[in-house]
Design a protein. Structure first.
Length: 536
């Protein structure tokens, strides 16, 4: 008879196998490069991405990867570096075995002027130099530090309070001292980590501060999160991360719809020179948005000079959204404008993703996303007066996403859908629109879906978890001159092409490899059916 320990290990192995299938994509091994995730390199017309390929002569078949570098001006696509030389250099430096066909690296940052590459591997940060073919270990800036725009300081959470660290000297000092559990600074409410099996300290250690540096790096906009009166909600962790077999109970502060007590956000600004805390003269904002916080959800921003900040107050039930200005010296606040709805106000089309809002600090304007007309469109607001200056887009179609803004030309690159009524309404087009006149020009259109990555889009967020992308992933170059788009349809091969601003095809970047599909597989056949009303 098997011992309890052996039985426990077998049960645990089954759980781990089920977990593996849940988090890995079976499709990814059958279809390669259906979509790529471009990372444009600062100061250049180049981007890197990960290319997947099948390693021949290996049983079972192995999917390998290489890092590719695309130069839009030269119209070239080549290996970003010699993978074998790189693997040898990293192996020597890290004392680990490194395979050239599966480099364990992420968070790549290229410097094409010095021919150097910074990256993460084995829990450390490294720099690789082409000239000497060497890797050196770098000092790591922890991922949960919020680095200032001038790169001299970092904001971090310690013991429920906010601290600042000077990166050059290592000097640290506390900005707040009254933080405590369930009344902490710059955190997400505890419910965000509901049913995640980790300790309270681990939760704080892994949390990026919910805060925003002013453009001049002299002030911080943040929140004091009060959830002391929120009732606890029990959940069960059935597969503990410590390897235990027995499930255990987790108590989380979580408000249900009928609960009166909810987590609340108290807005405040902190001046680093004077250490003065300026609280907004405004009632605490209720925690009404499920996933993204005030700052990670793009619902707060600074003015150009840092004298003012702006934030959104989303009412419970999300039928009211207020735009509030906040004088960060006096604490005075004012209502600029609000949007009301009898149903539900969504600030983006992807559920609980960051709001599709684009502040223009230099002109003190705001591009506002709204479905007030029945269709998702963009509006231009004056943040001095709260007046809507003009509707940027309009019609019986919708804006799917803002991809890029050209401040000088006052133009946006956007994705739209449903404009051509004879096509699948989910197929996206890429368009250029003038902010002031609303003049719309089509960059890419056709009987295909044109997918362009953005740092917050769902497909990129998923790719980040598999180290296929980073938060710097973007389909549009920093100057807006080039756009990488994956063109696909359910009955055709996905292709990634590079376009210029005028919509001309610069080059084909990738064509999906479908050689891993099972024998006898056939393309799906699109069909169109009438709804129950027999009209649509």
């Amino acid at each position: 008879m098997e011992s309890n320990k052996i039985v426990d290990q077998k049960i645990l192995a089954k759980y781990r196998l089920a977990e593996k299938f849940e988090h890995e994509s079976c499709v990814e091994s059958m279809v390669l490069n259906a979509q790529i995730f471009p990372h444009w390199i600062d100061g250049s017309d180049c981007f890197w991405y990960i290319h997947k390929f099948r390693k021949q002569g290996m049983s079972p078949p192995v999917v390998a990867k290489s890092f590719r570098l695309v130069d839009a001006q030269r119209r070239t696509n080549c290996e970003a570096f010699d993978h074998q030389l790189f693997a040898n250099a990293l192996s020597r430096a890290s004392k680990n075995d490194v395979e050239s066909i599966n480099l364990p690296i992420s968070q790549l940052v290229f410097d094409l002027e010095t021919n150097q590459l910074e990256f993460s591997a084995f829990g450390k940060s490294w720099r690789y130099a082409w000239s000497s073919n060497t890797c050196e270990e770098l000092e790591i800036t922890p991922c949960n530090w919020l680095v200032s725009p001038d790169k001299e300081k970092a904001l971090l959470i310690r013991d429920y309070n906010l601290w600042v660290r000077h990166l050059k000297t290592g000097e640290e000092y506390a900005l707040t001292s009254d933080g405590q559990k369930h009344y902490a600074y710059a955190v997400q409410p505890e419910r965000v980590n509901m049913a995640i099996d980790r300790s309270d300290k681990a939760w704080l250690d892994a949390t990026n501060p919910e805060a925003l540096w002013s453009p001049d790096s002299k002030k911080i906009l943040t929140v004091h999160v009060d959830e002391r009166e929120v009732p606890e909600f029990p959940t069960t962790c059935y597969v503990p991360s410590d390897g235990a077999i027995r499930p255990h109970l987790i108590q989380t502060k979580y408000a249900l719809p009928e609960d009166q007590a909810m987590a609340k956000f108290e807005l405040l600004a902190i001046d680093l020179e004077t250490r003065k805390v300026c609280k907004a003269d405004y009632s605490a904002i209720l925690d009404t948005v499920i996933l993204a916080g005030l700052f990670s959800g793009n619902r707060a921003w600074w003015s150009d000079n840092g004298d003012k900040a702006f934030f959104l107050d989303v009412g419970r039930g999300q039928q009211q959204v207020k735009v509030i200005d906040f004088d960060t010296t006096t604490g005075a606040t004012g209502l600029l404008f609000q949007e009301l709805s009898d149903t539900y106000i969504d600030l983006s089309l992807e559920f609980e993703r960051p709001a599709y809002l684009l502040p223009l600090p230099a002109s003190n304007e705001l591009i506002w996303f709204s479905e007030r007309s029945g269709w998702a469109h963009l509006y231009l607001y004056d943040l001095n007066t709260g007046v809507c200056k003009n509707q940027i887009t309009g019609g019986d179609w919708l804006v799917r996403e803002i991809l890029h803004i050209d401040i000088n030309r006052r133009e946006l690159i956007i994705q739209v859908a449903g404009r051509i009524k004879t096509r699948d309404p989910y197929y996206r087009e890429i368009c250029l629109v003038n902010i002031d006149t609303g003049n719309l020009e089509v960059i890419a259109s056709g009987n295909y879906d044109h997918l362009v990555c953005t740092p917050t889009s769902i497909n990129v967020v998923g790719a980040i978890s598999f180290s296929q992308a980073t938060t710097n992933c973007n389909g549009v170059s920093s100057d807006g001159q080039y756009i990488a788009t994956s063109r696909s349809r359910i009955d055709d091969l996905p292709i990634t092409i590079l376009l210029d601003r005028a919509g001309n095809v610069v080059m084909e970047v990738e064509r999906a490899d479908i050689s891993g599909l099972p024998g006898g597989w056939q393309w799906p056949e699109p069909v169109k059916l009438l709804a129950d009303d027999q009209k649509n």
